[in-house]
Design a protein around this ligand. Structure first.
Ligand code: SF4
Length: 509
């Protein structure tokens, strides 16, 4: 049988788990009898670069020497649960592995980390730069890896090659790989999908922008559209994600992490300035029956150390279902503050079902700001939920957002006060400065400015109505918020580079 399609996860995303989108497509292709091959070029490429950099070079400074010498031990440490008992040991391992990766990117003018990829000369949000990356694939640090890997896979003469691009940090490498394929075999059809591509499509960006390199762009859920493109009838619609062909031993986690989406979109979709609202993505949950059958089966098959629920927000209905039908392994995911979470017994039932951590978007400690953002939560409930989670032993990973249009300095101070008052219940903090999505219905009253990154930028600049601009918000964060003695230890707890992907492991020991 000739190879119909190769599905590629391009670098760079956190290499802690396999990509869920490609696993979903793989399950669908397998169920429908289509020949395919998977390449997790992210984790393969990172291992390749680390190995080459550590063993083929002599570095002058002490840190680089130590990081190269201990590379294998440090990778093994990140894959060992014991390391997660000692944050200093973990930090040293993560920073040293990252140091080696950083060295690999240097000769190419690239800033390469375990969670990001940027280039001094090329911006991933500028289509002209993506085309440049495609025209000069050998200017990419992953070139030595992907040129050999793609050459080998081309022996099987695939008709299509699909790239799943979910983050901006993948875009330049994806286009470098696309350019390489075009050079060696111009006849192969190149398909681009993934959530970043879905966001581009919502901006009106189509394949014409990348003429000569991209044959098809798929926005949204890819299964049906991909089969249509491949000329295959969508006979078997109910397929589970398939992780058989991913290199499980390569991932930088202490045990296999099984990503699983129980829904697409967001059941709330109300928060002003959220891309989910701006892009009007529909909420498409799987049925409880499907989840209850599929998830335990996947757990049985892959024996994961942890299930990562990828939903934008697990609805109360979904949480109740998980409590009643535990997946059979520890799990974590995003939830909204709801009345249910303020109830000790409900939280206990989640804990018993395997929940080790919930990510909660609380955003602000000022109720007025939350109301103006249409967040749909109140601080009283947030306070009760944090206390209930603490009581039953579920870690809280709290997201806060600074510099939103309704925020002023006094509001930011209230956020600090709220955080300090709940510092014993907050295990991890994600602190972000607000970005204004391009397609936004609530931005009408704001004075907006030109795109600051490029024609593919999902965000734009705006003039803060009260003068509390990004710089002010950033100063407050760095000089006041992070320095507070009750907050600083929470920030220190955050796993370097892997953040929420590794945070649950610190709570499972
Ligand atoms: S809950 Fe999260 S995903 Fe849903 S609208 Fe709000 S910010 Fe967006």
């Amino acid at each position: 049988m000739t190879l119909k399609i190769v599905l590629i996860n391009p670098p760079v995303v956190k290499p802690s788990e396999p990509p869920a989108g490609i696993a979903k497509l793989a399950g669908c292709l397998k169920a429908n009898g289509v020949s395919y091959q998977i390449i997790d070029a992210n984790v393969e490429g990172i291992h390749y670069l680390l190995g080459q950099t550590a063993f083929e070079n002599e570095w002058p400074d002490k840190w680089s020497k130590r990081a190269c010498k201990n590379l294998e031990a440090n990778i093994a440490a990140l894959q060992n649960t014991e390391t997660y008992k000692n944050k200093s040991r973990y930090s040293r391992a993560a920073q040293d592995v990252n140091r080696v990766l950083h060295l690999a990117g240097k000769p190419y003018g690239a800033h390469l980390t375990l969670s990001d990829f940027t280039n001094n000369m090329l911006a991933p949000a500028r289509s002209a730069d993506l085309l440049k990356a495609a025209q000069m694939p050998d200017n990419n640090p992953f070139y030595p890896y992907f040129s050999a890997r793609l050459m080998a896979v081309m022996q099987d003469e695939p008709e299509f090659v699909g790239f799943s691009v979910n983050y901006l940090s993948q875009a330049l490498c994806a286009f470098a790989m696309i350019g390489f394929i075009r050079n060696i075999n111009p006849g192969i059809k190149i398909v681009l999908g993934g959530s970043l591509v879905t966001s581009w499509a919502a901006l009106g960006v189509g394949k014409d922008k990348f003429a000569g390199f991209i044959d098809e762009m798929i926005a949204g859920a890819g299964e049906e559209k991909l089969l249509e493109l491949l000329g295959v009838e969508y006979g078997h619609k109910k397929s589970s994600p398939d992780y058989d062909d991913f290199p499980a031993q390569f991932y930088f986690s202490p045990g296999f992490v099984l990503p699983y989406s129980a829904s697409r979109g967001c059941y709330w979709r109300g928060c002003a300035f959220c891309p989910e609202r701006a892009e009007e993505n529909p909420y498409l949950p799987l049925s409880a029956a499907q989840i209850n059958q599929e998830l335990p089966q996947l757990v049985k098959k892959y024996q994961p150390a942890l299930v990562h629920l990828l939903d934008n927000a697990l609805s109360p209905v979904m949480l109740k279902n998980l409590a009643q039908h535990p997946p059979g392994a520890s799990w974590y995911g995003f939830a909204r503050v709801s009345k249910e979470l303020t109830d000790d017994d409900f939280c206990l039932s989640l804990k018993k079902s395997g929940c080790v951590m919930l990510k909660l978007g609380i955003e602000s400690g000022d109720q007025e700001v939350l109301d103006k953002l249409n967040k749909g939560i109140n601080l009283e409930d947030a306070s009760k939920a944090l206390k209930a989670l603490k009581k039953v032993g579920i870690a809280a990973y709290v997201y806060l957002l600074f510099g939103t249009p309704p925020e002023i300095e006094e509001s930011a101070q209230k956020t600090l006060n709220f955080t300090v008052a709940h510092s014993d219940c907050i295990d991890f903090l994600n602190l972000a400065i607000f970005n204004l999505p391009v397609a936004n219905d609530t931005a009408q009253n704001l004075q907006t400015e030109n795109f600051y990154e490029g024609d593919l930028s999902l965000y734009r600049d705006f003039r803060h109505p009260a003068g509390w601009d990004r710089q002010n918000a950033r100063n407050f964060l760095e000089k006041t918020f992070k320095k507070h003695p009750a907050v600083a230890p929470i920030i220190k707890r955050l796993p370097e580079f892997f953040t929420s992907n590794h945070a649950p492991f610190f709570k499972m020991i």
